[in-house]
Design a protein around this ligand. Structure first.
Ligand code: TXA
Ligand code: MG
Length: 369
């Protein structure tokens, strides 16, 4: 593919709505003309196109190199757009939309005939999200269309959380990239099936099971995403779950345990891997752990210059971990790591979404020590 990609840079995040609209006009015009535009949201960058046009959707799949049976999330700027897409919105789903939209949660609803099968991968349901981001909202509203937008990465790569990631993956493959700042959440939205009597989480994200249950009394989690490893058999209800996702080129190994045990294991495992011929080993763990680890590893002549450290932020605030995870995976690749050792977390709150992505990136190589 060799498209000429227009880059629109949003340098000032706090500009007025009018100024933003002015800058985004050309991008909105491209969307209205069934072209592809990548843009920031509060979760990750999305690769957008008119959700109601088969031709536009084909271009998304082509740009990403993504299998076309993997359904896309449709993004809206206002509730008016929802009626066009969803056949039925149950009362409890309306309560959840009122509580969490605009925001990092996607609702799976029974689709109308206006939604092309290409968007839903042949399903009779459609996934819809109203993002909480000025650029995304303005762009969608200006285009006047519901915008299908998967994460703006090449298929199989970690989702992009910076404009640089998007440019790296998609320059020359899309018509326009809106370059804004780094995304706030860093993990893709929670995907919630609201077609049944009770809500079911198909993909964990920033909005947690506890938060959903607090609004409507109950929230289930699809069995495919609980348990020690991810079910990659293809039986998962959210079809995106069956592909190897979020994966860097390096092999990822995840460890869960006490700080002392994890530090000891990282040190020993890095030593063993380098002895066995690994060029470089990456370590992603809490800043508190790194203080100890960097000192330990400095005393190991074999490991000096062979270990790349990236901080997941403080153990006291897991939202930082969520925000930096995908960027860290890309950075380890860029810095030539063959193996990445990662500290896993308990699956509570945002920890559930972090572990979901880590299980995928490691293809289930999670060890409890
Ligand atoms: O935060 C996000 O959700 C980002 C930003 C750009 O909004 N988008 C995103 O899209 O992550 P994507 O295409 O990478 O992931 C879509 C997820 C997949 O897991 C897919 O299987 C699921 O949503 N999905 C889409 N339509 C569905 C449907 N009708 N039923 C069940 N799952 C669906
Ligand atoms: Mg994706």
């Amino acid at each position: 593919m060799n498209l000429s990609t227009k880059i629109i840079t949003i340098s000032d995040e706090s500009m007025t709505t009018e100024a933003l609209a002015e800058i985004l006009k050309p991008a909105a015009a491209l969307l209205a003309a069934d072209k592809t535009v990548a843009f920031p949201t509060e979760t990750v960058y999305g690769l957008g196109a008119n959700a109601l046009s088969d031709e536009a959707i084909d271009q998304i799949y082509r740009a990403k190199g993504r299998p076309s049976d993997n359904p896309l999330i449709v993004h809206i700027a206002s509730l008016d757009m929802l009626a066009l897409l969803a056949e039925e919105v149950k009362p409890y789903a309306k309560d959840l939309m009122a509580a969490f939209w605009p925001g990092p949660i996607t609702f799976v609803l029974k689709k109308t005939s206006a939604v092309p099968m290409k968007v839903t991968g042949g399903l009779n349901t459609v996934a819809v999200r109203m993002p909480d981001h000025a650029v995304a909202q303005t762009l969608i509203a200006l285009s006047g269309k519901p915008i299908a937008a998967p994460s703006a990465n090449l298929s199989g790569k970690p989702s992009p959380t910076t404009a640089a990631h998007v440019i790296e993956d998609l320059a020359g493959r899309v018509n326009c990239i809106v370059a804004g700042g780094n995304t706030e959440v860093g993990l893709e939205s929670t995907v919630l099936d609201v077609t049944g009597d009770v809500p079911v989480i198909l993909r964990p994200g920033k909005v947690t099971q506890e938060e959903i249950a607090a609004v409507v009394g109950i929230c289930e989690v699809d069995p495919a995403i609980t348990g020690a490893t991810i079910d990659v058999s293809g039986a998962a209800k959210s079809p995106g779950m069956k592909y190897r996702h979020y994966a860097p080129d390096a092999h990822v190994q995840v460890y869960i345990g006490t700080t002392t045990d994890v530090i000891r294991t990282f040190d020993a495992e890095a030593h063993r891997l380098v002895m066995e011929g690994a060029g470089k080993v990456g370590i992603l763990t809490f800043s508190e752990d790194l203080e100890v680890l960097t000192r330990l590893i400095k005393t190991d002549a074999l490991l000096v210059d062979r270990v790349v450290f990236i901080s997941a932020g403080s153990a006291k605030d897991l939202s930082v971990y969520g925000k930096v995870l995908f960027e860290a995976l890309r950075d380890f690749d860029e810095r030539g790591c063959d193996v990445i050792l990662v500290r896993g977390v308990e699956e509570m709150g945002i920890g559930g979404a972090i572990m979901n992505r880590l299980k995928k990136a490691s293809e289930g190589k999670v060890t409890r020590i």
